[in-house]
Ligand binder design. Structure first.
Ligand SMILES: Nc1ncnc2c1ncn2[C@@H]1O[C@H](COP(=O)(O)OP(=O)(O)OP(=O)(O)O)[C@@H](O)[C@H]1O
Ligand SMILES: [Mg+2]
Length: 320
């Protein structure tokens, strides 16, 4: 529990950063007494899904701690797990007006029969019961659930928001990370508040300048499996759509997000541009600038994957 990101987890809507549209919508629904009974929070890791689900339970619905249950579907994916959970929360056993809430994290890991069991209870949830489903993988949520749930997609946090969060954490820790360091950590955090807080925590305890430099440098280096695709996009002399897709699609299939691939690509290109040898040929620099141009729009949300493939096509065809 002592991880910095747990200590600094927002407990009220006004502490949540970078999710203004969702926060406003929740506020309006709550104030008008129309909060839905089934929520679906989607988005990348560490952007606030579990945090917002807990805020709904604690702050908006004032659910007593004993009546707020949270399960991780990664380790409770079976139909019996869901049945037992729902049996427990469907029983009212409450003083009038009191509520119960269930948060199911990583819900995409539920088995098909577990989804079926849940479906029955989401069709017409009892008046006292609220359910929040959280997932990084919207595509794996059955359509039948999606049509019943009120859907909230949480965005990756912007670099500016992450810098603000870093400053807040820096003050909390009484650390002395300077602005330049916070900016670099924010870029490395790739849109995730949890990553940012973990990085700030590590950086604040770095025992020397070299250790801090290593931490920052890692952030600029792409993951090992990204290197071949990045090198292809940035340096191949005959980049084709087919060739690029053959390298990028496996990254998606392994669970990398379109946005992380986009950021790795433009950071790799920027790193190469920083290297003066790149300017030995205008064609080389031109390829990198075209890549940065085609990959300049965020690839988040349900259409992130489509935006990535479109950018690859634009890039490949503009090099022809
Ligand atoms: N929007 C946000 N504003 C402020 N802090 C945030 C936000 N989102 C996440 N955090 C910080 O990151 C931590 C992890 O957030 P949370 O558990 O809500 O992520 P998640 O989206 O559920 O991720 P996962 O998919 O990995 O479960 C929180 O404890 C909090 O400190
Ligand atoms: Mg979560």
């Amino acid at each position: 529990m002592s991880d910095l990101y747990n200590v600094l987890r927002p407990t009220e809507l006004n502490e949540v950063i970078g999710q203004d549209a969702v926060v406003t919508s929740l506020r309006i629904l709550h104030d008008s007494g129309r909060l839905p009974h089934l929520f679906l929070f989607t988005g990348n890791s560490g952007v606030g899904k579990t945090t917002l689900a807990r805020i709904i339970g604690n702050q908006l619905l004032c659910v007593k701690p004993a009546n707020l249950l949270e399960i991780d579907a990664a380790s409770n994916s079976k139909v019996d797990d869901v049945r037992a959970l729902m049996a427990q929360v469907k029983k009212r056993g409450l003083v009038k007006g009191q509520k119960k809430m269930v948060i199911i994290d990583e819900c995409h890991r539920l088995s098909p029969s577990a989804w079926d069991a849940l479906l029955k209870d989401t069709e017409q949830p009892p008046e006292h019961l609220y359910i929040a489903l959280c997932t990084t993988d919207y595509a794996k949520v059955p359509k039948t659930i999606k049509t019943r749930a009120t859907d909230y997609h949480l965005k990756e946090l912007s670099t500016d928001d992450l810098i603000d969060l870093g400053e807040f954490a820096n003050n909390h820790l009484n650390a002395d990370l300077n602005e330049k360091t916070l900016i670099r950590l924010a870029r490395k955090a790739e849109g995730s508040a949890r990553n940012m807080l973990t990085l700030v925590s590590k950086a604040s305890t770095a025992s020397c300048k070299d250790e801090l430099a290593d931490l920052l440098e890692d952030g600029m280096a792409p993951k090992a499996e990204f290197i071949k695709p990045m090198r292809y996009l940035c340096t191949a002399t005959n980049v084709s759509f087919k060739g690029a897709m053959a390298l990028i699609v496996p990254l998606i299939q392994e669970g990398n997000t379109p946005e992380s691939i986009r950021l790795a690509s433009i950071n790799y290109a920027a790193k190469m541009l920083r290297n003066s040898k790149t300017y030995s040929s205008d064609a080389k620099a031109g390829q990198l600038l075209t890549l940065i141009d085609c990959f300049s729009t965020a690839m988040v949300g349900v259409d992130g994957e489509a935006l990535l493939y479109k950018a690859i096509a634009d890039f490949a065809y503009s090099l022809e």
